[in-house]
Design a protein around this ligand. Sequence first.
Ligand code: ZN
Length: 268
Amino acid sequence: MQRLGLMRAFFTRPPFPCFDNRLPPWYKPAMMRAFWTLTLLVVLGAGLAAQADPGLGFFEEAAAGPQVKAFVLSLDGGWTMNCYLVWDPGTRQALVIDPGAPAPVLLDFVRKQGLQVLAVLNTHGHYDHVGGNARIAASLETRFYLHRADRSLAAKTTGPEFVFSDYPEDGRLRLGSLEVEIIRTPGHSPGSVCLKIGDILFSGDTLFAGGIGKGHGGTPRQRRANLQLEIDSIRRRLLPLPPLTRVFPGHGPATTIGAERAFNRFVR
Ligand SMILES: [Zn+2]
């Protein structure tokens, strides 16, 4: 009861503490009640309006198309990479993108969801993107795609006997009910590609949120040339995509083409 009394006192006193002992001539308890009620309504209204704000809503809307699940896989040396599973919820046909390390959790998920993995698509041949190929080949009957320019790079990890299929020359790969656009973006490695499925771009190590993948190996001069090639690839082939295209990179968080066009200082 005492607490209720305190609350009533709070809601009927003036909002200015300095008036506590000397009430102003205009003070009326009913007026104060109205003041606090109005304040409460404004705060509640602002909260509801913020919830209804469609600012980031496009992420939900896109959920009607292919489904994507990211698997963050641990690599030797204490860092991680992103492997992605994409599937058509209607046909249950699926693709794996860049299994960079053995991923029993991915194979478990595929089995439990009853998905049929039609292909594994590698964005490039570095060990942290093809390192889990062999494990998948041992468990599933599927094909592995890689651009031919990265064959020798991948062979260092998979061994030369591992069989890769080439991406088609026209950049269109149709696998069951899933259509993939292969976008050539050399620079990070000679055979780097980005994969576009619906409004989602899997950018490998070519484009990151706020960054780009640096090339490895070669002389400083070759590295500078490769970096320039990569920046040109991004500017020419990726940044012109629709701004709401979601970008899922090989490492780190997701982003959008619009955000990278506006804020990525390497390619603006
Ligand atoms: Zn790489």
